[in-house]
Design a protein around this ligand. Structure first.
Ligand SMILES: [Mn+2]
Length: 254
């Protein structure tokens, strides 16, 4: 999947909307803001990448999906109908996306980082969870979460109970992350930055684009190679934009 940029058009990137958190009213306000952003960019958008943790929790049962987010989902549907490609990635909070968005809206959903060319530049794009050194507790947890047997057990809980448990869990993991000061810059210990440097040794990319850190970052990986972290939309409303020449992080203030 490569993207040719029409003159004047741009490719947009955002991640970590965490729709649904921490409560319905707060999430609705954020959802409205995301829609204002999508309204704002749609005339210039060649494509829109939503790079994981779009939902604070998502699970697709055989016949049921989580309630809510209908305005956001409708907006995405309108963008698709206007011919703007929208590309979803799963994050650690919504990794149980299956084929619902692909079947309903023809939106690809990637569970792993992808590589592609946009214009003349080489990109590696992913949510970023579980990459690089360390984070061993999460890596173990991800094995359990992605285990088909465990998912099957969860599926057999009534959705009202399953989603209640998941929301409690998701809220506690976010709070504990704040307590551990996860959202501050760790210098040379930034494990996604290390991951980018490791990859760059083997294969060159102009841009490494990740979410997950909830921390907007622009870091040099090597000569002509940058790592951008997209930040988050719980309090910072940051996004990335690429015009064919340069990548920039920006803040949506409206
Ligand atoms: Mn996140």
């Amino acid at each position: 999947m490569n993207i040719q940029l029409t003159s004047g058009k741009k490719v947009y990137f955002a991640s970590d909307f965490h729709l649904g958190a921490p409560d319905h009213l707060t999430s609705k306000k954020r959802e409205d803001k995301i829609i204002r952003w999508l309204d704002h960019i749609e005339d210039t958008a060649e494509a829109i990448f939503l790079v994981g943790d779009i939902f604070d929790f998502w699970f697709e049962y055989d016949k049921v999906i989580p309630k809510g987010y209908i305005k956001f989902i409708s907006k995405i549907s309108q963008l698709k109908d206007k011919g703007i490609p929208v590309i979803f990635f799963t994050g650690n909070h919504d990794l149980w996306m299956n084929d619902y968005f692909t079947q309903e809206l023809d939106i690809p959903v990637f569970h792993h980082p992808i590589t592609l060319e946009i214009g003349e530049k080489k990109f590696l794009i992913g949510h970023g969870d579980g990459l690089g050194p360390g984070d061993n507790n999460y890596k173990l947890l991800k094995k359990i979460f992605t285990n088909k047997f465990c998912q099957g057990l969860f599926r057999w809980l009534h959705p009202d109970i399953g989603i209640w448990i998941a929301q409690k869990w998701s809220g506690s993991s976010r709070i504990s992350n704040q307590a551990k000061n996860e959202d501050t810059f760790k210098g040379s210990d930034e494990w996604l930055w290390q991951y980018c440097k490791d990859v760059e040794q083997k294969m060159h990319f102009d841009y490494y684009i990740f979410g997950h850190r909830h921390l907007p970052l622009a870091l040099e990986v090597g000569k002509n190679s940058m790592y951008y972290n997209l930040g988050e939309w719980v309090s910072q409303y940051t996004f990335g934009v690429f015009d064919g020449e340069k990548f920039e992080l920006s803040v949506f203030e409206e």
